[in-house]
Design a protein around this ligand. Structure first.
Ligand SMILES: Cc1cc2nc3c(=O)[nH]c(=O)nc-3n(C[C@H](O)[C@H](O)[C@H](O)COP(=O)(O)OP(=O)(O)OC[C@H]3O[C@@H](n4cnc5c(N)ncnc54)[C@H](O)[C@@H]3O)c2cc1C
Length: 401
């Protein structure tokens, strides 16, 4: 028999789970489905793998969570407890590997005691999942993939691979960059490959990180050392066109390359854990909404990870959509109503496009080998570093203020 509900969220990653939590108290019937196994199971499997000269005990996928997202997650009661691997960073240091310019951002620029927190994606997902289980309005089901989507009188009918059919007034695509919901509802994107992949791993360094998030624009791409709970452990994100070559190196060779690439900023890189690679694409949906449908998170936009903003934009999407949905019962509107959805899109699309444009400009500026551009870039960074007002604005943008 077909079930009928108010809101069906496809995708239980960071962003879909945030929406579930933000719909607490909405009195809408909500269901979330995800094709993968539940976060509890995934976290257990991850921690049992070994095999490199570092077994950091941390999952390699981490995110820099900005202050706005941290405040949201705390408000939702979904901020991971103190036992989880997390490290608040109080400074960001960015420099140009082909020049002399560098820039430092301290927490007081954002009028805060820290600029953000590096946290394992698994821990965050688990905290959101655990908290989401207590949302009275919601049912959360993993191991459930979408097979077909079609319009019906109510909104959309979604059929799962299990054969189950769900009818909903609002269908939310929170199913990531390769969104099935976006594809099956024929929403087009503007997108291109960066011709780069991100190499992701965890390292041990000679010198302690002192709670500083570091990024060097090396000649082959942005190399970030993100501080972890262990003072000598950092998460690495190196976005390059040579990731395949780096993946093929043995641990000692990769340590050497990372030491060189980081200009020994933390002394030698002593050990390296498992490595992963993620192809990088710029992608933006031409619209986030249509009647009975909304896209949030990576399903609506993916950006280069060089400033660690993708998930932060997704949290803000989930919050904005929840705000309009929280009001619909009181205003006598249906969740799929276009006026409501337009208000969501108008809040989020300009902000997401601005961040995508800023990332694109930074990436192109640092990709250029042209000596004139290099000179201008170095001059620009040096000038920005001396301009506390402008620096404060950049720090606040990064903090999500
Ligand atoms: C290397 C790298 C580093 C990054 N670092 C940062 C950072 O420091 N800070 C930051 O803010 N962002 C960062 N990002 C971006 C961030 O990881 C993403 O923006 C964020 O994870 C997107 O979350 P999401 O929930 O929208 O999508 P996803 O995490 O992709 O989740 C989508 C979910 O949908 C499910 N799904 C997919 N298809 C279906 C289907 N057909 N049926 C049912 N379920 C389905 C999947 O199983 C998955 O659980 C980084 C990205 C990369 C690649």
């Amino acid at each position: 028999m077909e079930k009928s509900i108010d809101v069906l969220i496809v995708g239980g990653g960071l962003v879909g789970l945030t929406l579930v939590n933000a719909l607490r108290g909405s009195r809408l019937s909500v269901r979330l489905i995800d094709s993968q196994s539940s976060p509890q199971l995934s976290a257990r499997t991850e921690s049992s793998r070994q095999g490199h000269n570092l077994v950091a005990g941390a999952s390699p996928r981490v995110s820099a969570i900005n202050l706005a997202s941290e405040a949201l997650l705390k408000r939702l009661g979904a901020w991971p407890g103190a036992a989880a691997q997390q490290c608040a960073y109080t400074q960001m240091s960015v420099w140009d590997g082909r020049g002399t310019a560098s820039i430092q951002f301290e927490a007081d620029l954002a009028v805060a005691d820290h600029l953000g927190t590096i946290i394992e994606n698994d821990q965050l997902t688990l905290a959101l999942f655990d908290r989401g289980l207590s949302v009275d309005e919601a049912q959360i089901d993993y191991d459930s993939a979408v097979e077909t989507i079609e319009r019906n009188d109510v909104g959309y009918r979604v059929t799962l691979l299990s054969g189950e059919s769900i009818s909903c007034k609002l269908l939310v695509g929170a199913d990531g960059g390769a969104s099935t919901v976006r594809e099956l509802t024929h929403i087009k994107t503007l997108e291109w490959s960066y011709q780069q992949s991100a190499l992701v791993t965890t390292i041990e360094t000679q010198a302690p990180h002192q709670g500083v998030a570091r990024q060097c624009f090396t000649p082959v791409g942005a190399l970030a050392f993100l501080p972890l709970a262990n003072p000598r452990h950092c998460s690495v994100v190196w976005s390059t066109a040579t990731t395949e070559e780096l993946l093929a190196l043995d641990d000692d060779q990769l340590c050497q390359r990372l030491t060189q690439g980081s200009e020994s900023v933390l002394g030698d890189v002593l050990a390296v854990d498992r490595r992963f690679s993620f192809p990088l694409r710029q992608r933006h949906a031409l619209r986030y909404i249509q009647s009975g449908l909304a896209l949030i998170g990576d399903a609506a936009h993916t950006i280069h990870p060089l400033a660690g903003q993708g998930a932060n934009l997704g949290f803000a999407d989930a919050q904005a959509l929840a705000m309009v949905l929280q009001q619909c019962r009181f205003n006598g509107l249906q969740p799929g109503d276009m006026a409501l959805l337009r208000s969501y899109e108008q809040t989020r699309r300009p902000a997401n496009l601005l961040m995508a444009a800023v990332m694109e400009a930074i990436k192109r500026m640092f990709d250029s080998g042209d000596p004139g551009v290099n000179w201008l870039r170095n001059l620009g960074l040096s000038l920005l570093d001396q301009q506390s007002t402008l620096k404060g604005m950049v720090a606040k943008l990064a903090a999500g203020a």
